[in-house]
Design a protein around this ligand. Structure first.
Ligand SMILES: [Zn+2]
Length: 226
């Protein structure tokens, strides 16, 4: 069942965050359109903005109307009742917010993180006049399940520091995506960071591309309401 939370913001509005699970169905943008629309509406009956994700650092500002069909891995808005959503299976869904009306979602896997998607999303929020001091990070693949090659890990260590190096149960080197996100948030001065410890590979009620080759995706959708 989808995980829901409602956070009271300093400006008096409420930030809703919903993350779906396997039992909620496929939220990938290539799912059958009518079924996908019904799934979305069952969780948030407003017009969702969902980018075409490319593991990059492009950020889309959503204002006035829903945005769909644009390539990007971050979305920002200050509009009420304007749901921003991303789709994941192993990559981390990130929601960034602060005391004001601006908030953002970002799709953060190792490639996007290395490319700087979180930094770019925060920068875009700030350019728009937003303030970010808090982040929520949903289920992603855990370090115990994310075996990596030594050259890739060495490069990522240069980028994020030694905290991102872990190992799996067999002692093979692995990448700690959550640690890389935590390092990034620390550098950005985002003080309140909540990171789910749910692993998409370990948890059979979540989708995993890496562990099970699944093509379906979970959605993380966030929106503010007065
Ligand atoms: Zn795991």
């Amino acid at each position: 069942m989808a995980q829901r939370r409602a956070l009271a913001l300093d400006n008096g509005s409420t930030l809703h965050i919903v993350t779906t699970e396997r039992s909620d169905g496929d939220f990938g943008i290539n799912a059958e359109p009518k079924a996908l629309d019904e799934r979305r509406r069952s969780h948030c009956d407003l017009s969702w903005s969902v980018p075409i994700q490319v593991h990059g650092r492009a950020v889309i500002e959503v204002a006035g109307a829903a945005s769909n069909g644009a390539e990007g891995d971050g979305l920002v808005t200050a509009d009420l009742d304007r749901p921003l959503a991303i789709q994941t299976a192993d990559c981390a869904p990130v929601v960034l917010y602060g005391p004001g009306s601006w908030f953002a979602v970002a799709h953060a896997g190792w490639r996007g993180l290395e490319a700087g998607v979180v930094e770019a999303t925060v920068a875009r929020l700030q350019q728009c006049g937003g303030v970010v001091d808090a982040a929520w990070v949903g289920p992603c693949i855990g370090a115990e399940c994310y075996t990596f090659s030594e050259p890739d890990l060495a490069r990522l260590t240069t980028r994020f520091g030694p905290a991102i190096v872990a190992c799996n149960a067999e002692g093979e080197p692995s990448f700690d995506l959550r640690a890389a996100i935590a390092v990034t948030m620390g550098r950005l001065g985002v003080e309140r960071v909540e990171i789910s410890d749910a692993c998409t590979a370990c948890r059979r009620d979540l989708f995993s591309h890496r562990a099970r080759g699944e093509a379906q995706r979970m959605a993380t959708v966030a929106w503010t309401e007065r």
